[in-house]
Design a protein around this ligand. Sequence first.
Ligand code: BV8
Ligand code: ZN
Length: 248
Amino acid sequence: MNDLQIVAEALRCARHLVVFTGAGVSAESGIPTFRDALSGLWQRFDPGELATAEAFRRDPALVWGWYEWRRTKVLQAQPNPAHLAIAELARHVPQLTLVTQNVDDLHERAGSTEVIHLHGSLHQPRCFDCQRPFAGLADDPQEPAEGRRIEPPRCPRCGGPVRPGVVWFGEMLPEPALQQAFAAAEACDLLLSVGTSGVVYPAAQIPQLALQAGARVVHINPQPLVIQGVREHCLVGAAGMVLPELLA
Ligand code: BV8
Ligand code: ZN
């Protein structure tokens, strides 16, 4: 049996499947990843200047403008065959837990429910000072040019600046989301890790926890990954090709 057949068989037998996704799952929708050699956001932008609370304090208009540019790209994008296949997988297994590092809403728009967002969402901004959710975001923002500064809106309660609802470097992940994700990783029998470089912690612990707890772990990535042991596999290819093949 080749790797695809082994994984397809494991999927047929799985009782609790965890699907753990990263930026690669949205790449085929035209959303740039972070660390790809040519098109990754961090090739052109400095995370320290854009994705930390200190950066926002220093220059809120720079940071807000950059996230509005990313939010616009997401609003203009559509779910791709990988998102659709993941939504479909929920109908093939008794239990599926979907855990994403992505800040877009393409899993939900593909039909997945109860998505665990470890790194927050571009679509749920909140006040930087009092943390109150901010409901006034336009869902048809004018096309913000890359690099354009935009003053963030002000919180109607305290007047503080509104910030993107994402988890920045140096910030804690939402505790309930992280606990649910860790618990699912420890309880599952199969984990698909799709389109992630696995370098950002604590999210990167999730496949490791599943492996340690005895589950089979399958990486789906165009870049072959180093794998250890007989319960870890790599299906090399784009998620939008490999996932539909697994369902076929
Ligand atoms: C925390 C939201 C506790 C914002 C993101 C050393 C120094 C400094 C810090 C640290 C350190 N060691 C550990 C840390 C902590 C740090 C961390 O892990 N840093 C790493 C990078 C060294 N972590 C944190 O700060 C976390 N919080 O630890 O809190 C704490 C608190 C205070 C003080 C101390 C500790 C918070 C991390 C959250 C960061 N926020 N995003 C935003 O979006 O702007 S991270 C960012 O990376 C992304 O958003 C994403 O969520 C995450 C993971 O990236 P990936 O999704 O994997 O994307 P990537 O581009 O890397 O990979 C894409 C993959 O897809 C590639 O493998 C590619 O081959 C593949 N691909 C491409 N095309 C396809 C494909 N696959 C399939 N199909 C395709 N078509
Ligand atoms: Zn406020």
